[in-house]
Ligand binder design. Sequence first.
Ligand code: FCB
Length: 456
Amino acid sequence: MRQFPPDFLWGVATSAYQIEGATRVDGRGESIWDRFAATPGKINDKSDGSVACEHYRRWPEDIELMRWMGLKSYRFSVAWPRILPEGRGRVNVAGVDFYSRLVDSLLGAGIEPFVTLYHWDLPQVLEDQGGWPVRATGDAFVEYADVMSRALGDRVKRWITHNEPWCISVLGYGNGEHAPGHKDWTKALATSHTLLLSHGKAVQVIRSNVQRAEVGITLNLTPGEPASPSPEDADACRDFDGGFNRWFLEPLYGRGYPLDVVEDHVKAGRIPSASLDFIQDGDLKTIAEPTDFLGVNYYSRAVLRSNRIPEEKNAPRTVHVSPDKTDMDWEVYPKGLTQLLVHLQTEYKPGPLYITENGCAYSTGPSADGRVHDVKRVDYLRTHLEACSDAIAQGVNLAGYFAWSLLDNFEWAYGYEKRFGLVYVDYATQQRIPKDSAHLYRDVVAQNGLDVEQAA
Ligand code: FCB
């Protein structure tokens, strides 16, 4: 048995737009994902989040599922356009009430709410006024953080400001794969800055509103490995790690932006010059506001091969990508999680770490016996929990693990094609069926550990 620390926080994670549906109900305003999904060609299966898992109506059933799993915590996000339909100013009481009831019921079920403020559903009106590249959007976010932390702060202690600034800036404003769909790297970099700055300010605001608050940010971190020992591959790895990981970690932990990353962007022709004129005096200090934890979303690693020299001139590959991949085409590589956690702890000393997302897409549906035998997900979950336990054994202060996701849901630009849930959702009937992985997770939580003998 691999035992976890006694107060380890076992949970699952979801996000508002991916599960709630009810996008036009009770005064909710339009979000950038409503607009983006309605734009032809943006979502693979032409779907949107207007129905999703109908969680807005079915949340009592979903809490029941979590109670059945014995979970200690639930990480969910608040839909900003439900709270402030015009982005700022007027508060929509019906929206606040929805989350307030959810929080009360979670607490009643013995499940601690862990709230993410921004998981990608910016009010469309704010995008119309310039979106994340402009500082005013950051100010609006801080006002929203103020409204929510006042409304729920008597009951919610753990807060995440932003989920995955890399995705918001690069996918949303750099390559246009996500809402709002811009392809402009200058905007992407400005976006990352607004996000980090508004994070720092929101940390201060939440702390002032909530007694014993614990506030942090969630980053999607992907460790890179050079495909060979050649200097070119080492440089490709530095470049990847810089843009993906260090660009966010370094300023958050007081080291400022890594300038090699800016040079990479200039060299690649993504931005015209190395000037970062969106940074103002004092910003870097605000961004580095100390936090209570770091949230880590881990799915896979990246193996980097240089494209600066011809393949035949490069050193032979020594690191091979395993053919074991999920439906996202992401390599299954649990060791990367241990390496990442150890690296974060030694390099940045972030205090407690939480895995705020970890999971895999496999399309497995119900068998003739009515159950969902998601063998591959069971394996993924096991090996990644082992990787967490290895990290803890190496001294990492890992305080909790949140599986992505409670339910199959709207996977952004992929629509409903990718199923990440521990619980299967039949979208025609909205029936929920706990998969074998949910049963495994239930055992793990009950034992506060992983039975390794059983796995062999
Ligand atoms: C993360 C997102 C989450 C989900 C998973 C698969 O990047 O935070 O909403 O889409 O990936």
